[in-house]
Design a protein around this ligand. Structure first.
Ligand SMILES: Cc1ncc(COP(=O)(O)O)c(C=O)c1O
Length: 443
């Protein structure tokens, strides 16, 4: 069965009677006029659909708990939608903890991850009642135990492990291979468990956590990851007589950025994971553990598009034809960071004949700020609105104010209604944290 992450465009995308692209029943040209560009547009129906795809895919293993990896896109409105779909949250900073908290999320369904959580972040997590902390290394075990002791609490934890699995994705988004900055090496787990059982009595260990990478198109490696996690639970029980009953396989399922991408569906990975989990439960003789998943990209990427206005253009003699848009690497860092590829259409000319191959350049002062290399589009004019697909994940969340440019607004569309969920930054916002020391002021 197909799932929403396999779609290139938000599910509600169509060409309307005015001949423009529309999403969530909203004409994209009207949205660009009303809210300005660049503009992130997020389709609520697409988000809810992928959440349902995950829940349906895993319903034959009732002990599955879905978490949304906030790092893909963390806003209060998105948190409210994911919570409403019954998801918990994977968070990685005090900013993400605070956002989900303020969105009214049940904090017992939140898991705090990260390879260098600070004293203040761990303290906030404990004070706000975050449900699980996935401890990444020995330093953090000791620090967290101290903070828990000073709060007179026992904190529920998982151990993040490096399963030694290499997935075929960009090197920067692989995380499960042995030489990774994340998690305990398999050979270090016993020492960590011994410390928890004997010394760190303010920590209660519930299970193991791993994450092998992002934008993954392979399916069988999830089965291998399950086997490593279950085998470790059984081995630790045998050695330390502890019943750990939680495994977290992380996120990573890929999405379709371009026509040549063919990511697996939620149903395919669920089949692999559940089948292997059941086999391993038998093989290693353990009680069925609670299975946590924490997808980010596959939940939110497809739902998002970014609208840009075309401005200047340039034909390099005997070279490329460039069209520049009013955004770029500061609102979408992925092309310059990972050479990520995107697909786009002209929102006011979606059914025009394709006429030329052009390169879409960003407006930022770096030659590497190219949004899309070589895309075939219709004849273009200044003022056309370009709709870049699949920008819901790791775009706003990685956005910067490079060149002191304001970050774009974000609107949520659904049933022909559009609502601002992130306001466009103003020039005043940009300088709001600046301070000029008195001695520098012109008197
Ligand atoms: C620990 C952990 N969990 C979940 C995710 C989400 O991954 P993705 O957005 O690929 O689903 C990440 C992303 O890198 C991660 O590091």
């Amino acid at each position: 069965m197909k799932s929403t992450n396999q779609s290139l465009k938000p599910l509600t995308t169509k060409i309307n009677d005015a001949g423009n692209l529309e999403i969530g029943g909203c004409d994209l040209i009207s949205l660009a006029e009303k809210y300005g560009t660049p503009l992130y547009v997020l389709d609520e129906e697409t988000i809810r659909n992928i959440c349902k795809d995950y829940k349906n895919a895993f319903k034959s293993y009732p002990k599955t708990k879905m978490m949304y990896a906030s790092k893909a896109l963390c806003t209060m409105a998105v948190s409210a939608i994911a919570a409403n779909e019954g998801f918990g949250f994977d968070v990685v900073s005090s900013g993400e903890i605070y956002t989900v908290y303020k969105a009214g999320v049940d904090m017992s369904k939140v898991l705090f991850n990260g390879n260098n959580k600070s004293f203040d972040e761990l303290t906030l997590a404990i004070e706000l009642g975050v449900g699980r902390i996935s401890v990444d290394n020995f330093f953090e075990l000791s620090l967290l135990n101290e903070i828990a002791k000073s709060h007179n609490k026992v904190v529920d934890i998982l151990l993040r492990i490096t399963p030694g699995i290499e997935c075929h994705t960009h090197e920067y988004i692989q995380t499960g291979h042995l030489d990774s900055k994340f998690g305990f090496d398999l050979t270090q787990i016993d020492d960590a468990v011994e410390l928890i059982l004997n010394d760190y009595t303010n920590l209660k260990l519930h299970g193991l956590h791993a994450h092998i990478g992002s934008q993954i198109f392979e399916t069988l490696i999830y089965g291998d990851e399950i086997e490593i996690l279950v085998k470790e639970l059984a081995r630790l029980d045998e050695k330390f007589n502890i019943k750990l009953n939680e495994i977290n396989v992380g996120g990573g399922l890929g999405v379709k950025y371009t026509n040549s991408d063919v990511p697996p569906s939620t149903y395919e990975i669920a089949d692999i994971i559940i089948k292997r989990l059941k086999e391993c439960i038998e093989k290693y003789g353990i009680e069925p553990p609670t299975l946590f998943l924490e997808p980010g990209r596959s939940i939110i990427s497809t739902a998002g598009v970014t609208l840009y206005t075309l401005g200047s253009s340039k034909q390099v003699p005997k070279g490329k034809k460039y069209f520049a848009v009013d955004g770029g690497m500061a609102d979408n860092a992925r092309p310059s960071m990972y050479r990520a590829e995107y697909f786009a259409q002209v929102a006011n000319k979606p059914d025009y004949e394709l006429a030329q191959t052009v390169t879409i350049a960003g407006r930022f002062c770096e030659s590497g700020d190219i949004l899309i290399n070589n895309i075939t589009l219709p004849e273009l004019e200044e003022g056309d609105i370009l709709c870049v697909y699949n920008t819901g994940a790791y775009n706003y969340s990685m956005a910067s104010n490079y060149n002191r440019v304001q970050k774009p607004a974000m609107v949520l569309v659904n049933n022909s209604q559009s609502d601002i969920i992130i306001k466009r930054e103003t020039l005043e916002d940009l300088i709001s944290l600046d301070v000029i020391p008195d001695r520098l002021k012109n008197k």
